[in-house]
Design a protein around this ligand. Structure first.
Ligand code: HEM
Length: 284
C-alpha cells in the first residue's frame, strides 16, 4: 500500500477518533443519561467570541458534577482509615448462637473495618487525643452484620439525647473554629463539669488509651448489646470485645504532639504499611 494512502488512512483514523472522542478500546464519554459526548473541552458560545450558552447541558452537567464531588464529612468520626480483610472464629460459638459466620473455624468471612477519631475534621491529625472508633462490617452468607465500637468500654453520656450537646461542646469553638481535634477548651470542660456521668469516660480519654501507638494495638468495645439465639432457641445477651494480637500500646503525650506535627497520617500510614508488608511477605 503506497505510503501516502497509508498516511491518509492513519490521519483519517486519528481524525475520526478525535471527532468521536474514543479511547484505544473504543470506549467513549457519555453524559449521565448515556448521551455520547464528543467534546467536553469547548462550551457552546453565541458566536466565535460570544457569551457561553446556558443551554450547553454538557457544560452544566460537567460543572454541577464537579461542584458536588466533595462528600460532606461525617458529623463525628470524620477522620478515619479503613481496610478490607476477613474474620475467622477461633472455635464454634454454636452454644451461644446459630449465626453461620460463628460456627466453623475454617470459614473466612469478608469484613471491612474502619478506624476513626471522633472530634477532628476529615483533614485533622490521626494522633489527636481522642476516642478511636472501631467499626466492622461482616459480609456473612446470611447478610451483613455491623459491629460498631470504640477503643474505650464506657461513654460520656448515659442518655442519647445529650449526644448533640456533647459533640457541640467538644467541636471547635463556634466563634473562631479553634481548637481542631482537641478537647482542651472551655465549652468541652464546661459540659463535662455539668455532666457527672462523664467522669469515668474522662479518666479513659485523659489516659494513654486516647493516644494509641497504632490502630492495630488497641482494644475494641462494641457499643451494642446483641441478643444471641442458638439452634435450640436459647437466647442470651452478648457484647463484643476486640483484643489486639500485638497487645495494647500507646505513645506518650509529648510524642503524640511531635508525631502529629511531623505526620498527621501516622495511623493510616502504619495500617497501609502493615498491610502492604504482609502482602509482600505472602507473595500476593
Ligand atoms: C448517643 C450516642 C451516639 C450517637 C447519637 C452517635 C452518632 C453517630 C453518628 C451520627 C455517626 C456518623 C455516622 C456517619 O456519618 O457515617 C457516628 C459514627 C460512629 N459512632 Fe457513634 N454515636 C453515639 C455513640 C457512640 C458510641 C457509644 C460508640 C462506641 C462505643 C460510637 C461509635 C461510633 C463509630 C465507631 C462511628 C464511625 C462509624 C464509621 O466508621 O463508619 N458511637 N456516631
Amino acid at each position: 500500500m503506497p505510503k501516502e494512502t497509508n498516511k491518509t488512512n492513519t490521519n483519517d483514523k486519528l481524525e475520526e477518533l478525535e471527532q468521536n472522542r474514543e479511547d484505544s478500546t473504543g470506549q467513549f464519554l457519555t453524559t449521565n443519561q448515556g448521551l455520547r459526548v464528543n467534546d467536553d473541552q469547548n462550551s457552546l458560545k453565541a458566536g466565535p467570541r460570544g457569551a457561553t450558552l446556558l443551554e450547553d447541558f454538557i457544560l452544566r452537567e460537567k460543572i454541577t458534577h464537579f461542584d458536588h464531588e466533595r462528600i460532606p464529612e461525617r458529623i463525628v468520626h470524620a477522620r478515619g482509615a479503613a481496610a478490607h480483610g476477613y474474620f475467622q472464629v477461633y472455635e464454634s460459638q454454636n452454644e451461644l448462637t446459630k449465626a453461620g459466620f460463628l460456627q466453623d473455624p475454617s470459614l473466612k468471612t469478608p469484613v471491612f473495618v474502619r478506624f476513626s477519631t471522633v472530634a477532628g475534621s476529615r483533614g485533622s491529625s490521626d494522633l489527636a487525643r481522642d476516642v478511636r472508633g472501631f467499626a466492622v462490617k461482616f459480609y456473612t452468607e446470611e447478610g451483613n452484620f455491623d459491629l460498631v465500637g470504640n477503643n474505650m468500654p464506657v461513654f460520656f453520656i448515659q442518655d442519647a439525647i445529650k449526644f448533640p450537646d456533647l459533640i457541640h461542646a467538644v467541636k471547635p469553638e463556634p466563634n473562631n473554629e479553634i481548637p481542631q481535634a482537641a478537647s482542651a477548651h472551655d465549652t468541652f470542660w464546661d459540659f463535662i463539669s455539668l455532666t457527672p456521668e462523664s467522669m469515668h469516660m474522662v479518666m479513659w480519654t485523659m489516659s494513654d488509651r486516647a493516644i494509641p501507638r497504632s490502630y492495630r494495638m488497641m482494644e475494641g468495645f462494641g457499643v451494642h448489646t446483641f441478643r444471641f439465639v442458638n439452634a435450640d432457641g436459647k437466647a442470651r445477651f452478648v457484647k463484643f470485645h476486640w483484643k489486639p494480637l500485638l497487645g495494647v500500646h500507646s505513645v506518650v503525650w509529648d510524642e503524640a504532639q511531635l508525631i502529629s506535627g511531623r505526620d498527621p497520617d501516622f495511623h493510616r500510614r502504619d495500617l497501609w504499611d502493615a498491610i502492604e508488608g504482609a502482602l509482600i511477605r505472602s507473595g500476593s
